[in-house]
Design a protein around this ligand. Structure first.
Ligand SMILES: Cc1ncc(COP(=O)(O)O)c(C=O)c1O
Length: 413
């Protein structure tokens, strides 16, 4: 049994460890991760792409907890980072620098220098100006920066507009039509070696046809550039594979492989992918305890101790997460909104859900919160951030302690 399943008596468990006990021991709100589920998701990617030269670079932004990073680094993953902080976390967890790709539209001079100093494998440059700055920094250090140009193919990934990144109007990358001239100019720059092309269309993509279209566009451009003598080594198609938040599961790297591999067939390049959500979303739950049950007019509210500061996705994107009782009691079903303690009407985890009538003290599991859960959490309303636990080898281990009031004011002067 891997991940989250119900054991005898109907209790929800993580790899056989009962979540009721975990919630009591570590308190709530609490993120709980299954090491085995992460390893399984990783293996699905590895076997789907085993037939071609490839590197799976985990998108650290999805969940940067060091325990998760160490699991993936030990399995042989690379890392996709977007900040100096993610770089240091990835290096600390043991990702080899040459297997790290550094993305982001707003890399600072300090971050570019840090990346050069640490020998980051590939800078996914998002503008010609960035390549210029990177070249200057590299010459200053007497090194050569390996650059992959992020191109924007203007493809609609059919996902939430906030996480659609490959449309013309988005801030990311350079228009694909302008890429050849930018690369020709950049090619001669001292300190720069152009090694590939990159694109990332967006996140939570469930219809994979846009990913195939992106692969086709990038492959076409790669062929032209190879013919011009560019020493390309990689083709990086980003992340984006979506998960099925309504039913669980859903992310299938095998289907992704069947969509994109025919498009890049024959290219003498290493395929780089940057999955985040599909590796860790299903491997996590957020445990939260019911504080109050109240009715305002004809609406029933279940007030829990986790809020939008712990899990922002519902408030930010209207995202759906399954909410389930950890220990079902066989009570009648009611319709309710599951809301947090934060002072915003947007502070909800679930709305209009049919669920077993909750009572104060019940533990609720918010499913598929391993990705963009803790990573997007904040201290809004001066709420200390939640603790995180990893279940491995049949036991739950604290991998981030709960913050205290002292943590909240530590950096004030
Ligand atoms: C450049 C880049 N790569 C990879 C990812 C990871 O995407 P996902 O978690 O959907 O796989 C993102 C997410 O926004 C991204 O911006």
């Amino acid at each position: 049994m891997t991940g989250f399943e119900r054991i005898e008596g109907g209790e929800l468990a993580c790899d056989g460890v009962d979540l009721g006990g975990v919630g009591e021991r570590f308190g709530t709100p609490l993120f709980v991760y299954s090491r085995r589920a992460i390893e399984e998701a990783w293996r699905a990617y590895e076997s789907a792409f085993a037939g071609v030269p490839h590197r799976i670079c985990y998108a650290v932004k999805a969940n940067g907890n060091g325990a998760i990073l160490r699991v993936l680094a030990a399995l042989g993953a690379g890392a996709d980072i977007v900040s100096g902080g993610e770089m240091l976390a990835a290096l600390r967890a043991g990702f080899p620098p040459e297997h790290i790709v550094f993305a982001g539209v707003g890399k600072t001079n300090e971050e570019l220098s840090l990346g050069l100093e640490r020998g980051i494998g590939e800078f996914n440059a998002e503008s010609e100006e960035e390549i210029t700055r990177l070249g200057e920094a590299a010459v200053g250090r007497g090194v050569v920066a390996r650059v992959s140009l992020r191109v924007n193919p203007d493809i609609d990934p059919q996902t939430h507009p906030y996480i659609s990144t490959g449309l013309r109007e988005a801030k990311f990358g350079v228009p694909i039509a302008r890429a050849p001239e930018i690369l020709r100019r950049s090619r001669g720059r001292p300190g720069i070696r152009i090694v590939g092309l990159q694109c990332h269309l967006g996140s939570q993509i469930t219809d994979l046809a846009p990913l195939a279209a992106g692969a086709r566009d990038l492959a076409g451009l790669s062929r032209r550039l190879l013919a011009e003598g560019f020493p390309l080594e990689t083709i990086d198609l980003g992340g984006g594979l979506g998960v099925d938040y309504e039913n669980g599961g859903g992310a299938d790297p095998g289907t992704l492989a069947r969509q994109i591999l025919p498009e890049i067939e024959g290219l003498p390049l290493t395929l780089v992918l940057e999955p985040g959500r599909s590796l860790v979303a299903g491997a996590g739950v957020l445990l939260t305890r019911v504080l109050y049950v109240k009715a305002n007019g004809d609406r029933r509210f279940v007030v829990v101790d986790a809020g939008m500061n712990d899990l922002l996705r519902p408030a930010l994107y209207g995202a759906f997460h399954r909410v389930e009782p950890v220990r079902p009691r066989g009570r009648d079903l009611v319709e309710a909104d599951v809301v947090g303690p934060v002072c915003e009407t947007g502070d909800f985890l679930a709305r209009g859900r049919r669920m077993e009538r909750p009572e104060p003290g019940d533990l609720i599991a918010v499913r598929d919160t391993g990705a963009y859960g803790f990573a997007m959490s904040s201290r809004y309303n001066m709420r200390p951030r939640a603790a995180e636990v990893m279940v491995e080898e049949g036991a739950a281990r604290l991998v981030r302690r709960r913050e205290t009031f002292e943590d909240l004011i530590r950096t004030e002067t």
